[in-house]
Design a protein around this ligand. Structure first.
Ligand code: PNS
Length: 161
């Protein structure tokens, strides 16, 4: 069984992430979407909230599992008996970080491959940070995230303000 892990912060999940997750699920037997901690980012949603939202928006795809992990990605991939890491690439600006991450993951787990997929063109500008920035000012984010996420963002900013 070909198992892939699609890791990320997903703070929150966007249509760009869903594009990669959905296309990954068409290639692999099982895709485990894993919420992991990115040391460079201060999250808005808790891990539990992110997992819950991801489950809501991927529930229609049979071969997707949503999970979280606190530790090194490569340890998680091995623990899950997965062979592959899937990452989306939006632009050249993603490349340097992704190359570093893929290289260190290859060093820590030479048997694990990282697969890169180009995000579909119409989502190449999209990021969780941009979505949060727009949602903060109560602007319409319905083209950027599923309705469940837009509602969760509204709720978050209501609580915060
Ligand atoms: O969505 P993001 O923030 O680009 O995802 C980055 C993430 C969470 C996949 C990365 O930071 C990660 O793998 N974190 C776990 C710790 C780890 O394994 N670090 C070494 C590889 S960068």
């Amino acid at each position: 069984m070909k198992i892939a892990v699609c890791p990320g912060s997903f703070d929150p999940v966007t249509y760009g992430h869903l594009d990669i997750i959905t296309r990954g699920a068409a290639v692999f037997d099982k895709v485990i979407v894993a919420v992991l901690h990115n040391r460079n980012k201060q999250p808005m949603f808790s891990i539990d909230e992110r997992v819950h939202l991801l489950k809501q928006v991927t529930s229609h795809i049979e071969n997707i599992e949503v999970d979280s992990f606190n530790g090194l990605l490569i340890d998680y991939v091995k623990e899950k008996n997965a062979q592959t890491i899937i990452r989306g690439l939006r632009a050249v600006s993603d490349f340097e970080y992704e190359m570093q991450a893929a290289s260190i993951n290859k060093k820590l787990g030479p048997e694990i491959e990282t697969f890169f997929m180009m995000t579909s063109n119409h989502y190449s500008y999209l990021s969780s940070s941009i979505v949060k920035e727009v949602a903060k000012y109560q602007a319409d984010v319905s083209d950027l995230v599923p309705v469940e996420i837009a509602d969760a963002l509204k709720e978050k900013f209501k609580v915060e303000s």
